[in-house]
Design a protein around this ligand. Sequence first.
Ligand code: NAD
Length: 370
Amino acid sequence: MASHKLLLLPGDGIGPEVIAEVKRLIDWLNAQGIARFETEQELVGGAAYDASKQSITDATMAKAQAADAVIFGSVGGPKWDGVAYEARPEAGLLRLRKELGLFANLRPAVCYPALADASSLKREAVEGLDIMIVRELTGGVYFGEPKTITDLGNGQKRAIDTQVYDTYEIERIARVAFDLARKRRNKLTSMEKRNVMKSGVLWNEVVTQVHGREYKDVELEHQLADSGGMNLVKWPKQFDVIVTDNLFGDMLSDIAAMLTGSLGMLPSASLGEVDVKTRQRKALYEPVHGSAPDIAGKGLANPIAMVASFGMALRYSFDMGELADKLDAAIAAVLASGLRTADIKSDGDTAVSTTRMGAAILKELQKLHA
Ligand code: NAD
C-alpha cells in the first residue's frame, strides 16, 4: 500500500483542537491498515510567530513542498493584532497558497438533512443541497498590478485595483471545474460580468473554448455573476459546479456557505497544478472558519469542517473516494442521531464537546467500515 505524507499545521485558537479530531481518524486508518499516512506537525501563524518571529519558517515551507497534502487548522487572534504586517499570522497561509501555487479553491456547500432548518432559506430550498464552488485563487483583482492609492494633490486621492486574467489562468481553473462536474452531476455554470468587464469577455470565451475542445460531454451554462448570486439564494439546487474568478468567488462562496448553516460545517480544498512527473497536485485542506478566539480552549469548537476537509484530501489527493463517501456518511449519521456542538444546536438541544463529536464520527465510520 502506498504511503502518503501529510503535513499537519494546526495553527492558532481552535485549530489545534479540531486538527486533533483529524489525527484521531488518521491513527485509526493507519492502525486498521486502511491507509498509510505519515504525519509531521509544525507551527504556523501566531504560534510560529511566538516561536520564531515568522508566521511560517523556510523549514516548514520546505516540508509543505515535500508533503502530498497539507492539513491546515486556522491562524490568527487578537494576541497578534500588533504584529508587523509581513509577519502577521495570515501571512503564513498566504505564503503557503502562493509558493505551492494553489490556484483552485474548492468549496462545497452541502446541506445535511438534519440541519436544513438552520439555514436562512426554507427547508425545501436547501434540503439535500450539494453544490461545489470553484474559485480562482491566485489571480484577478486581488493580485493585479497596478494596485495603488495616489494623492492627486487637489485634496483627492485615486485608488486603483487591476482585474487581470491571462488565457492560461482561465483554462486551468476551467479544467479543474469541468473535471469535478464529470465526477458529479455533469453540469458546470461559469459566472463572470462579460456585459461590463473585458476580463469577463475573455473568461466567457476561454471557458467556452475549453468546453468545445475537451469537455463536450459536460453541460455548460454561463450566468452573469450578479444574477448568479440571486439564483444561488433563490433556488440553489439548480447548480452542480460553479466556476468563477477570485473576487466573485470570494463573495459567491460565502453566500453559498451560509445556505448550509454554521461556519463550523464548511470544508475547503486548495489545489495546484498537476506535476507532470508525479501526476500529483500540491494541495492544502482547511476549514473555512478562522481561529474562533472567542471559544478557543473551551472544547466548544465544531470539528466537522476540519474533518470534512480531511475527507476532501482523501477524495482529491489520494483517490480514496469510497472512504471519503463513508466519512461524509458518518458525519450525516452523527447529525441525524441528534448530536450537536454548540454552534449548530437548537433550543432545547444539549451541546457536546469537540472531542465527543470527533469520537462519534469515528464510531460511525467504524460501523460503516465493518
Ligand atoms: P472565525 O471564523 O474565527 O469566527 C467567527 C464566529 O464563528 C465566531 O463566533 C466563532 O466562535 C464561530 N466559529 C468559527 N468556527 C467555529 C467552529 N468550528 N465551531 C464553532 N464555532 C465556530 O472568524 P473571526 O472571528 O472573524 O476571526 C477570528 C480570527 O481568525 C481572526 O484573527 C481572523 O483573522 C482569523 N481567520 C483566519 C482564517 C484562516 O485561518 N483561514 C479564516 C478566517 C479568519
